[in-house]
Write a protein that binds this ligand. Structure first.
Ligand code: HEM
Length: 521
């Protein structure tokens, strides 16, 4: 970082910062963020220091700006070609999900985005509804039959794995026109899924097993250090070490499956995402005809699975957890759903309390809880309101230089008490039924951050979530279907949270499990 930018002297150093006495000498303030629940420290610091501050980074990397000011955040979201994902991290994205739209930057991103967008229109998502509802009813039947077989008609299950299996089955059908049968092989008892013998392995067990491994490996201190090392010493990623280019199992399985399905051709029904992408297929190897090459279609199927599967499953899981913690909300929701008639795409949209519950869940538990960007050039970040710098100066704009890292904690924006009111961090769906914090409602639209429903859960701008419409619909269907026939209560387990790599519930140090007490409603 330089102390002057092409727009004027950099004032990043004058931004407020947490006390250096709580910064680790080697890992800075980032160690505290890592050792506490998901985004907790970012929210605590925002309350103490204001909407924009800087933290000391690991391994002597320059200070990172943490931005929650609406104007500054909007600028970063909107200028997606200047504020890009950490370049050294791109190899990891490629390892886990291929060279698809999440990996792409600049013009290549804009091109892929244009070609993928037709797969997520309102009409296309409506056409996916029967598959979404059918997969979810299979989940409902599995849970009902499991509970009916227990002597007390009530038992503790891990809700996260079956919901994740259901989301995988949905993606299989709407994405690939393929039946993963993931739910079939999912064990409901709380705790890690049992190991599967090589003979019993399926695409679904491989994808879900490798995700479990990634979640728990990313929780470790070693993973925290590795992330800092890659950022501070990016040349490492260019070393010719095979381990740095090792393809994740989930990525490999889905790419092999995509290739097999494309080779088979013929019987595609035409409405699934891969068929829609095939319409944008470009026969030229290099893709210079403007469309997607066969390889890009396959890479994007993996990308879409990785971006959409566990984010949706995690959203449902945290909403079920909130419903278990708030039995009166659960009962009110059940009544609305039972009075709402048969579940169809259109009937779901009419359920207002369900809509409020889902929005409140997405607000409090964004399953991709932070995003990080690096500036490719000098820029000026505007602020909605001036802040007082550490040296007493008034800061109206932040002059940043090329290479500056910026972290945006979505949860902090979504729960800011100065915007959402003093109960901003509390689960209270009723707030979505009216406007105006003073009336107990949501803030007026102009006071909320930019993004879907005035929250940042799906990001915003040219890189906002491409699959939000499908994700919201799936979440509504799964929550409504489970709540209509089952009752959920909490257990005595202490639920912690971590970003690993998406928002995870942590029980006794193990990630990706959510035990809930379930009985027939
Ligand atoms: C319902 C839960 C979901 C949540 C909370 C969520 C959240 C997000 C967020 C925050 C981003 C931006 C990440 C960043 O730039 O740092 C994103 C991007 C993306 N999401 Fe989602 N997502 C969800 C579901 C889905 C689904 C169901 C799909 C598709 C099947 C999907 C596909 C994508 C894609 C392709 C991107 C990259 C867009 C781009 O870079 O242009 N997501 N999502």
């Amino acid at each position: 970082r330089r102390s002057s930018t092409k727009h004027g002297p950099s004032n990043v150093a004058s931004l407020p910062s947490p006390s250096s006495s709580i910064a680790h000498w080697l890992f800075g303030h980032e160690l505290l963020a890592f050792t506490h629940d998901a985004t907790l420290m970012y929210s605590i610091w925002a309350r103490a220091l204001g909407p924009v501050y800087r933290i000391r980074a690991s391994l002597f990397y320059p200070d990172v700006i943490v931005a929650t000011d609406h104007a500054a955040v909007q600028r970063v979201f909107a200028r997606a070609t200047i504020y890009v994902k950490e370049p050294a991290w791109r190899q990891m994205i490629e390892n886990w999900s291929g060279r698809g739209i999440v990996w792409a930057e600049g013009e290549e991103h804009a091109r892929q985005r244009r070609l993928l967008t037709p797969a997520f229109t309102p009409e296309i998502v409506k056409g996916m509804a029967p598959d979404v509802i059918q997969c979810t009813e299979e989940l409902e039947s599995k849970l009902i039959s499991h509970i009916s077989q227990t002597p007390s008609q009530s038992t503790t299950i891990d809700i996260m794995h079956p919901v994740s299996a259901c989301a995988l089955d949905i993606f299989g059908r709407v994405g690939l026109c393929y039946d993963f049968q993931a739910l079939h092989s999912t064990v409901l008892t709380p705790g890690p899924q049992p190991a599967v013998t090589a003979k019993a392995q399926t695409d679904a067990t491989l994808i879900m097993g490798s995700w479990d491994e990634l979640v728990n490996a990313s929780l470790s201190f070693a993973a925290f250090v590795a992330k800092g090392v890659i950022r501070a010493f990016p040349f490492i990623m260019r070393l010719p070490l095979p381990v740095l280019r090792q393809q994740g199992t989930g990525n490999r399985v889905i790419q092999e499956l995509g290739a097999r399905l494309l080779d088979k051709g013929g019987d595609r029904k035409g409405r699934d995402i891969m068929s829609i992408l095939l319409k944008a297929h470009d026969d030229s190897e290099a893709g210079d005809g403007g469309g997607l090459t066969r390889d890009q279609i396959i890479q994007n199927m993996s990308t879409l699975l990785m971006a959409g599967h566990e984010t949706t499953a995690g959203s449902v899981t945290f909403i079920m957890y909130e419903l278990a913690r708030h039995p009166h909300v659960q009962a009110k929701l059940r009544e609305e759903i039972r009075n709402g008639g048969n579940m169809t795409h259109d009937s779901i949209q009419k359920l207002q309390y369900l809509d409020a519950v889902i929005k409140e869940g997405f607000r409090l538990h964004p399953t991709s809880p932070v995003t990080e960007r690096v500036a490719l050039e000098d820029d000026i970040l505007p602020l909605s309101k001036p802040i007082i710098g550490q040296d007493g100066t008034i800061v109206e704009n932040i002059y940043i230089s090329k290479g500056q890292a910026i972290l945006i904690p979505f949860t902090t924006l979504n729960t800011n008490p100065l915007v959402w009111g003093s109960d901003g961090a509390t689960f209270r769906p009723e707030r979505w039924l009216k406007e105006g914090v003073e009336n107990g409602g949501v803030p007026q639209p102009a006071d909320r951050p930019n993004g879907w429903s005035g929250i940042t859960t799906f990001c915003n701008g040219p890189r906002n979530c491409l699959g939000w419409r499908l994700g919201v619909f799936e979440t509504k269907v799964i929550v409504a279907t489970l709540v209509r026939s089952l009752e959920f209560r909490t257990t005595d387990d202490v639920v912690r949270t971590a970003i690993s790599p998406t928002l995870q519930p942590i029980i006794n140090g193990h990630g990706g499990i959510m035990p809930l007490r379930v009985s027939l409603a």
